[in-house]
Design a protein around this ligand. Structure first.
Ligand code: C2E
Ligand code: CA
Ligand code: CA
Length: 278
């Protein structure tokens, strides 16, 4: 239930956390009923790996629980999935994100907005029609939109979902393979998978100063992806030192605290100099 194929030994705290989970699900339900009260979006810039220029942003969901205060998406997204609430909340996230970026793309014609999708959302047949209609209503060209799906999900469903992936491509939306390098897929997923972008997981940046393997892995994945026409984004660059190491590696974009943390809409607009007055 915690994701990432973890095994967790039993402890009494699991029962406690079960109680917390059930409690949080009730609060999530109330939030949804109250017109998504407590939910908000954060935007983290994705920048050109060489120049640092803004290329796009990833949308990250935030939730303020009435009782428990801020709860992170690593905790509440699995609860939304477990309870089925991911469908209304996922649609709210998508529509709110598209509405927000509709003003940005007028200023920045090459801007990409990346939206995370839970595996459950795509298996619901009305999600893609909803997405298409939302883009039409808000006048946003699908070429600006990237849907992020995890590597594990894409690897396990590439065959079953191939028609859905094809439909997404026909709509003109791009697909990103998230958390790349953490699943157990073989490298030929890069050949088979429909991804336009690969996001290398931040695990590979964490110890990069001392790990020849991590540095070699990144360079190797960049070479392989570029050979088959896939863009590469590196997540989790936190320090100048890390940036100096990865900058010459040929990556397309970088996302990480070194450039900017996820920000509320207004802070993002200030950061990106997207203010109304300009
Ligand atoms: P993710 O898709 O891998 O998102 C990147 C996470 O890494 C974000 O955490 C972001 O704040 C964090 N991050 C970015 N740069 C750095 C860095 O330099 N250092 C470190 N240590 N962390 C960095 P966040 O916002 O807590 O989101 C966690 C996960 O929750 C996401 O991982 C994603 O799997 C899920 N999530 C968030 N928003 C949504 C959403 O709207 N829908 C779905 N389905 N999942 C979401
Ligand atoms: Ca993501
Ligand atoms: Ca990721």
């Amino acid at each position: 239930a915690r994701g990432k194929n973890q095994l967790v030994p039993f402890s009494p705290s699991i029962l406690l956390s079960k109680e917390r989970s059930l409690d949080l699900i009730e609060h999530l339900r109330t939030s949804v009923e109250r017109d998504f009260e407590g939910f908000s979006l954060a935007f983290q810039p994705q920048v050109d790996a060489m120049t640092g220029a803004l290329r796009g942003a990833e949308v990250l969901a935030r939730w303020q629980c009435a009782d428990y205060g801020p709860v992170g998406p690593g905790e509440f997204i699995p609860l939304l999935e477990e309870s089925g609430l991911i469908h209304p909340v996922g649609r709210w996230i998508f529509a709110s994100a598209i509405r927000t970026c509709s003003r940005w793309v007028e200023r920045l014609p090459d801007f990409s907005l990346s939206i995370n999708l839970s595996y459950l959302q795509l298996s619901q047949p009305d999600f893609l029609p909803f997405a298409r209609q939302t883009l039409l209503d808000m006048g946003v060209d699908p070429a600006h939109i990237v849907l992020e799906l995890t590597e594990s999900y894409i690897a396990s469903s590439a065959d079953a979902m191939s028609q859905t992936f094809e439909e997404i491509r026909k709509m003109g939306i791009r697909l990103a393979m998230d958390d790349f390098g953490t699943g157990y897929s073989s490298l030929n997923i890069l050949k088979r998978a429909p991804a336009d972008i690969v996001k290398i997981d931040r695990d590979f940046v964490k110890g990069i100063q001392n790990s020849r393997f991590d540095a070699t892995f990144i360079r190797f994945i960049v070479a392989l992806c570029h050979d088959v026409g896939i863009h590469v984004c590196l997540e989790g660059v936190e320090t100048q030192e890390e940036y100096q190491i990865v900058r010459p590696m040929g990556l397309d974009t970088i996302q990480g605290f070194y450039f900017a943390r996820p920000m509320a809409q207004q802070d993002f607009e200030r950061w990106a100099a997207l203010g109304r007055q300009q």
